[in-house]
Structures are given as structure tokens and as C-alpha cells.
Design a binder for this molecule. Structure first.
Ligand code: ATR
Length: 484
């Protein structure tokens, strides 16, 4: 309905227009309104308007002021800027727009009108067939007849914004349709629930970065449907899958192959397509390892304390065991679960192989041990520890909780013995556990970088890029990290 009033573009004010872009698009002549566009109503040319006109001349623009004001006002303004002018232009009448184009030697295709009023500047430009840019008015206080026009302008602009928003929505839809085609490969996440996953952000950004024709989607799969989902995914040609709670262990029987380390840990989070089925990996281990290394945490030769003995703690403990710590102590509320991890690590041979070349004559028994959380203080002696918090205690909304009571004497002594700490929790960004360590000057890190790297490694496994080091560059990783 209001179409002929809609500006072709808008800008915050006349000084925020992308003039270089206009020049690149082939425009060579600009008609300016004066009052409230280049300067406030009836104000003389100032340094800012002078500098703008100089810059535009430098870019190769022909410039003219086209004003409805009287000659003395328009002439003195234009003369100060050394540009031609037309006064009493009777905008929106198109006669003087056409005269201006003749004066500048331009035409409808190469001329832009820049002004602050819809019913004079923009309407006239549209009817004259040239490009129109509506800019915000410079003055806050305006005369009464202009204020009334502004009310009508607001009605037009409300409709205009709706049209623009719809155009944008259509563009986004088209983009999606273009990017998904006959050769698009699907990857995704099996979990239950999956609504809050951040993995699509990681994977789809990487696909765009690498230019891979690939889309990552979350699939909510109940435990009863897990086997059918894995088989169906293979039948559907799905390239790879991540696996999360509660399927990380239960999915193992449905795999065609399993990476030896993931098999020892007893949990997989990444399934990579092979001819006969999916091969399972656990990228939590290298994800944590790379996150810690890049943050400057050293494990080799250090005393490491793992807090917890659930799935996350198992992965962290196996990862650490492979990196030659001096001591690896696993503390859990139920000590039997910690003991099982110790036993599984010993049976895996990971310590024996990794420790073979070590220049220390300690055997495995003295290096790795399990302890009940309640006895932790007494077994720590005077050693310094790097602590990795792998329990669910402190996870939002229970932000105040901490697996070690920082108010008790024992708790204080334990925290005093930490050189640094990692918490696999990333919500909240700083748990009580981490704040107690940083209060004491220890280095800390939450679980967000591990989340990022486990996803990046999974992506690189899906697409055949993984060779033990991440190949996505720092900038894209930082971009994703800032959005997690
Ligand atoms: P995940 O897969 O994330 O590791 P999990 O397997 O359920 O989750 O493990 C949760 C961990 O948090 C376990 O080590 C658990 O201790 P128990 O094995 O004794 O259950 C630990 N945990 C949970 N609540 C705890 C609490 N209130 N105090 C101490 N540890 C707790």
C-alpha cells in the first residue's frame, strides 16, 4: 500500500551511509537534502559536512543540494561546500530531481537521493526513478508541521520494517534450501533428551568453515529405540553420529567396531560410518587433553586428583593415565566405583605401555589409587595436586554446592593442596570448586573448551580429517567458543 514511500535503503544518519559501497555499485551522483540531513535545521555548513563532501568528491561523486528552502539559505550552504544547488525544489515534485540529473550529467541508474523525510525527499526520488536513502534526522526538536509529518512517517516505516523483515526471512529460507541438496551428508546426535545440545552449533559452523556439504541434526532416541536408531542411521547413509546421555555405554553392542581406548573406557561418544556399520570412538579423552594442554595444564610428572567415578570421571582418568602423571588418585563418594576404574586402567595396560620409558622406578600400584571422598584429606599428605572435578555436584541450578566442603577444616586443607583445577562443568562458568582454587592463586579452567574440542575432533573424524591434531584454525574455534 505504501510502497512508493518506502526508501530503497536506510541509514542511521547521512554520515553513516556506506558511500564506498554506493560507488562500487555504480552510483556517481548524490542529491542531498540539507536541513536535518547534513546539518540541523537552518544551521550553516560545519566541519563534519565539509569533511564528508570532500571525501565524496575524492571518491568521484558529483554532488548537489536539492532543497525546498529559500535561495539565501540554500545558496550560502552550498557555496560554503562548493557544490551546485537547487532551491525551492518543491519536493516531492519530480521536476527538480530531473533538472538535478541534467546538471550533474547523471541518470536514474546512477543517482541517489539522501534525505530525512519520506513524504518529500524519498517519495520524490522514488517517483523520479532514482535510488533513495532515508537517513535519521539530526535535530531532536522540530517544527510542529514536521512533527505531524513524522507521525505519518512512523506509520509508513512500521509497514516498511515488516516488509524488510519478511524479505530477510525469505532470504534465510532460500539460503537453507540452497545449502541442502542431493549430495548433502547428514551427521547428528543420539541422546535423550537432546533439546539443549550445543553440538549443532559446533558442527554446522565447522561445515560452513570447511565448505563441507554436511548438516548436523539432533535426534531424540529413547533407550528402547537405540538399536533400531543405529541400524537405521546406517541404512540412511548417515555419515557420523555423536552419542550422549544415556547411551554412551549402551550403544557399544550395536557397533561394528570400537576404538581400543574407547573400549577400555567403556564409553563412546562418536560413531564413524564404515562399510559394515559404525565404529565407536571416545573424543572426550583427546578433547579434555587438548583443552588442558592449550590452557597450559601439564599432567606429565604431576600429581593428579580425579574427583568422581562416573562416566565423565572414567574418561578423564583414562586420559590422565595415558599422560604419565606421577600420581593418579581417584576419589569418589562410593569408593568401589573408583576402585573399578583403577582396576580397569591397570588391566588396560595403558599405564604400563605409557610408563615403560619413564625415568622413575615406581610401579603402577604406587602411581594409581582409589580413595573414598571422606578419607581424601588423610591420604593427600603434603603433595601438591592438579584436581579434575568430574562429579555432577555444582551443576546449575545447584551452583552453591561443592563436592569438597570449602567451609570445613578438612576441605580447606584439601583446597590448600591444589596447584590448579579443572571442572568439567561449564554451567555455571565458575563453580564454587573453581572459585576456591582461584582464590588461592591456582590456575583454573571450566569444561567449555573440552566440550568444544570433543566436538571438533568428532567432526574431523566424521570427515576423515583427524590425524591426532585439530586442523580447524584458531579463528573459527574462537568464534564457536564465544557462542557456546
Ligand atoms: P557422569 O556421566 O556425568 O560422570 P554419573 O555417571 O552419574 O555422571 O556420575 C556422577 C558422579 O558424581 C559420580 O561420581 C557420583 O558419585 P557416586 O558414584 O558416589 O554416586 C558423583 N556425585 C553425584 N552427587 C554427588 C554428591 N552429592 N556428592 C558426591 N559425589 C556425588
Amino acid at each position: 500500500m505504501f510502497q512508493s514511500f518506502y526508501p530503497k535503503e536506510t541509514a542511521e544518519n547521512a554520515y553513516e551511509v556506506d558511500y564506498k559501497g554506493l560507488r562500487a555499485r555504480g552510483y556517481k551522483a548524490i542529491l542531498y537534502d540539507i536541513d536535518n540531513t547534513l546539518v540541523e535545521h537552518n544551521a550553516p555548513a560545519d566541519d563534519r559536512s565539509r569533511a564528508l563532501i570532500e571525501e565524496l568528491k575524492g571518491l568521484g561523486f558529483q554532488i548537489l543540494v536539492l532543497s525546498n528552502n529559500k535561495e539565501p539559505r540554500v545558496k550560502s550552504f552550498a557555496d560554503a561546500l562548493q557544490i551546485p544547488y537547487i532551491y525551492k525544489a518543491a519536493k516531492p515534485s519530480i521536476k527538480q530531481y530531473q533538472a538535478a540529473m541534467v546538471m550533474l550529467g547523471s541518470d536514474e541508474e546512477t543517482t541517489v537521493l539522501i534525505g530525512d523525510q519520506i513524504f518529500t525527499d524519498v517519495w520524490g526520488a522514488n517517483r523520479a526513478g532514482m535510488h533513495s536513502i532515508l537517513v535519521g534526522q539530526l535535530a531532536k526538536h522540530e517544527e510542529i508541521q514536521i512533527i505531524l509529518k513524522r507521525i505519518l512517517e512512523r506509520i509508513v516505516m512500521r509497514e516498511y520494517e515488516k516488509v524488510k523483515a519478511k524479505e530477510q526471512r525469505l532470504n534465510i529460507k532460500n539460503d537453507n534450501l540452497i545449502s541442502i541438496g542431493g549430495k548433502t551428508r547428514i551427521t547428528g546426535l543420539l541422546g535423550y533428551p537432546v533439546e539443549h545440545t550445543k553440538s549443532p552449533l559446533i558442527h554446522n559452523t565447522l561445515a560452513a568453515f570447511f565448505g563441507d556439504d554436511l548438516a548436523y541434526v539432533p535426534f531424540p532416541v529413547s533407550p528402547d529405540d537405540l538399536e533400531a536408531a543405529v541400524k537405521g542411521a546406517h541404512a540412511l547413509g548417515i555419515l557420523g553420529l555423536n552419542v550422549t546421555v544415556p547411551h554412551k555405554s549402551n550403544v557399544i553392542p550395536f557397533l561394528s567396531e570400537i576404538d581400543p581406548l574407547a573400549g577400555q573406557v567403556g564409553a563412546v561418544n562418536t560413531l564413524v560410518r564404515t562399510v559394515s556399520g559404525f565404529k565407536g570412538y571416545n573424543t572426550d579423552l583427546p578433547g579434555l587433553s587438548i583443552a588442558m594442554r592449550r590452557a597450559g595444564f601439564e599432567i606429565q610428572g604431576k600429581n593428579v586428583l580425579i574427583l568422581g567415578a562416573g562416566g565423565a570421571a572414567r574418561a578423564a582418568a583414562f586420559m590422565c593415565a595415558g599422560e604419565k602423571p606421577a600420581k593418579l588418585l581417584i576419589a569418589n563418594r562410593s569408593v568401589d566405583k573408583a576402585e573399578r576404574i583403577v582396576e580397569d586402567i591397570r588391566n588396560s595396560g595403558i599405564m604400563a605401555t605409557e610408563n615403560k620409558d619413564r625415568d622413575r622406578d615406581q610401579d603402577q600400584e604406587t602411581v594409581i589409587s582409589a580413595v573414598s571422598l571422606s578419607d581424601l584429606c588423610s591420604v593427600m599428605s603434603d603433595d601438591r595436586f592438579l584436581a579434575i572435578q568430574c562429579t555432577s555436584v555444582g551443576l546449575a541450578p545447584h551452583d552453591k554446592d561443592c563436592v569438597i566442603d570449602p567451609g570445613s577444616d578438612e576441605g580447606k586443607a584439601i583446597f590448600d593442596s591444589f596447584d590448579g583445577g579443572v571442572d568439567l562443568i561449564y554451567k555455571p562458568a565458575e563453580t564454587v570448586f573453581l572459585s576456591e582454587i582461584s582464590k588461592r592463586g591456582g590456575k583454573t579452567m571450566n569444561g567449555l573448551a573440552m566440550l568444544l574440542y570433543q566436538g571438533v575432533i568428532a567432526y574431523e573424524l566424521f570427515t576423515g580429517r583427524w590425524n591426532g591434531e585439530i586442523s580447524a584454525d584458531e579463528e573459527v574455534l574462537n568464534r564457536i567458543f564465544s557462542k557456546l
